[in-house]
Write a protein that binds this ligand. Structure first.
Ligand SMILES: C[S@@+](CC[C@H](N)C(=O)[O-])C[C@H]1O[C@@H](n2cnc3c(N)ncnc32)[C@H](O)[C@@H]1O
Length: 296
């Protein structure tokens, strides 16, 4: 077991206390620095997503963890009709600013951005759903932000149900999570991002916390080099290294799969990728990406 593994039996209150981790605006600011130039998506990721959406004839996309808008902006630029939601107004602020700055471009003028929590997503955007979206995307290790406050994953299941309800029959959900099986086993997180060509990431310090003998929380401290990015900034330390902390629920692949299958049904077509490759091509991926269809 790695040194940075913490065991505790009183995680319940800690988990309860962590709700909007982006509320103070710090993570949003540093996230913008971390992802860097919005055009510098990794080629693998961009090709994977665009090829998939085009192959499936998708037009209307719902990005349920749009954050600062990085994926949504890429999709708008590629001509998709995008609706973007997120629970954090601090993150949405950046997306709203991008929409305003590019409002003369028709796709951006039509870009719908709403504040919505996955737990209430369907009610929050019911009037925007129409016949359902062709695809719902939840990427960037976002879903693992939803912690298991009750110990029975009821909130995760509710969020999955809401994602499914937003899809048209035949539409699909694309959702990812880090390889938490590996993080739990090794106590380490690979800092290389499969999404961004970030020049800023130095390291990710990892802590795994246990409750009742089970891994219940993973805390990632991101160390970001901000030297080249910004001038004086309240969040940046003297040596221009900014550290920010995000907490995640460590999804075991097997458990995540069975929650998805329970929501979408045994007959739903479900495929899993590792770092955007088929699972037999990559031994120990950083990320798992699930594709699951809503049955007709
Ligand atoms: C790590 S950021 C990723 C954002 C974007 N997908 C990206 O790759 O840059 C995770 C996002 O998930 C959002 N989020 C976390 N929990 C949420 C919830 N319960 N409902 C809606 N959004 C949530 C956060 O506000 C945050 O913007």
């Amino acid at each position: 077991m790695a040194d940075n593994t913490i065991r505790t039996r009183s995680l319940g209150t800690a988990v309860e206390g962590i709700r909007d981790q982006y509320a103070d605006g710090k993570a949003a600011k540093v996230w913008e620095i971390f992802i860097g130039d919005q055009n510098s998506r990794t080629k693998n990721y961009k090709n994977f997503l665009l090829d998939l959406l085009r192959k499936k004839g998708c037009k209307r996309i719902l990005d349920v963890a749009c954050g600062t808008g990085v994926d949504s902006i890429m999709l708008l630029e590629e001509g998709f009709d995008v609706t973007s939601t997120d629970a954090s107004d601090k993150m949405l602020k950046y997306a709203l600013k991008a929409r305003w700055n590019r409002r003369k471009v028709p796709e951006f003028d039509n870009w719908v951005i709403e504040e919505a929590n996955w737990l209430t997503l369907y009610e929050d955007i019911e009037q925007l759903i129409g016949d359902g979206f062709d695809a719902v995307i939840c990427l960037g290790n976002s879903f693992a932000h939803m912690l298991d406050s009750f110990g029975d994953q009821r909130e995760q299941k509710q969020a999955f149900r809401n994602f499914e309800k937003c899809l048209k029959p035949g539409g699909f959900l694309l959702i990812d999570h880090r390889n938490y099986d590996n993080i739990i086993d090794t106590g380490r997180t690979n800092p290389k991002s499969i999404y961004y060509n970030s020049n800023h990431m130095i390291d990710i310090k990892t802590s795994v916390m246990y409750t009742g003998g089970k891994p219940a929380l993973v805390i990632l401290d991101y160390l970001i080099d901000t030297t080249a990015s910004f001038g004086k900034n309240e969040f940046i330390t003297e040596n221009n290294i900014s550290e920010f902390r995000l907490s995640y629920y460590p999804h075991r692949l097997k458990v995540f799969n069975s929650m998805l299958v329970n929501t979408f049904g045994e007959n739903a077509y479900h495929e899993i990728y590792g770092d955007f490759k088929s699972l037999n091509e990559v031994e120990n991926p950083n990320f798992y990406i699930h594709y699951i269809e809503k049955t007709l």
